[in-house]
Design a protein around this ligand. Structure first.
Ligand code: PGA
Length: 247
């Protein structure tokens, strides 16, 4: 089964206008987007700027959205608004949303469900903390998070699962190929057992956590790793190398 390579850059709460221009110029000059889904997730304030300046092959993602379409929810953005100006994807369940902003599995599942219902594609993130890995809870935690997300999924063709071990995010400590393959296989097996083998064959499971130009090639060759969700390195010229990892 060949799944299309997926490479998304999560800019988090970084970038100003000048950085947006630099990042897009790097993509224009060094990536052609052939045989790959290339996605960028700028801060909400820059979504429209990116939409108007990005190369056509680059797909736009938001870093978050709310579980309602409209109403009295100060500070929130709805899927309907994101779609209104051409956003295709939304990242949901990122560990920073879970751990810094206290988002629960239940809220994330509701957001996934609503985003899909409105027509967005979803990058749904799961992953264990360092303490959970050290106490052999990785499989349990990942399966529980996945189960909760799956309960909100109505269309698996619009979902990418991002396995992002919390201990690898922004730390410079990348999962070893064995650790990544083991977790990705576990995720795919859970989907085969609890959703369907067809969905398990087709759904893309991408890795995130300290991915860079030096480690992306080896990780991209793993059977169950279908691409990356990249944080820090997506703000630099290295992102082009990661987008081209399978070439
Ligand atoms: P990182 O972040 O690449 O900076 O580790 C990954 C992420 O949070 O998606």
């Amino acid at each position: 089964m060949t799944r299309k390579y997926f490479c998304a850059g999560n800019w988090k709460m970084n970038t100003l206008k000048k950085n947006v221009e630099e990042i897009l110029t790097n993509l224009k000059n060094n990536v052609d987007g052939e045989n790959a889904d290339i996605v960028v997730a700028p801060p909400a304030a820059y979504l429209q700027m990116v939409q108007s300046q990005k190369p056509s092959y680059v797909q736009l993602a938001a870093q978050n959205c709310f579980k309602k379409s409209t109403g009295a929810f100060t500070g929130e953005i709805s899927p309907t608004m994101l779609l209104d100006f051409g956003t295709k994807w939304v990242i949901l369940g990122h560990s920073e949303r879970r751990h810094v902003f206290g988002e629960t599995d239940e809220l994330i599942s509701e957001k996934v469900s609503h985003a899909l219902k409105e027509g967005l594609h979803v990058i749904a993130c799961i992953g264990e903390t360092k303490e959970q890995r050290q106490s052999n809870q990785t499989a349990k935690v990942v399966q529980e998070q996945l189960k909760s997300i799956a309960s909100g999924v109505t269309d698996w063709t619009k979902v990418v699962i991002a396995y992002e071990p919390v201990w690898a995010i922004g730390t410079g400590i990348v999962a070893t190929p064995d650790q990544a393959q083991e977790a990705h296989k576990l995720i795919r097996s859970w989907i085969a057992d609890n959703v369907s083998s067809n969905v398990a064959d087709h759904v893309r499971v991408v890795y995130g956590g300290s991915v860079n130009a030096a480690n992306c090639k080896a990780l991209s060759k793993l059977n169950d790793v279908d691409g990356f969700l990249v944080g820090g390195a997506s703000l630099t010229a290295e992102f082009a190398t990661i987008c081209n990892a399978t070439k």
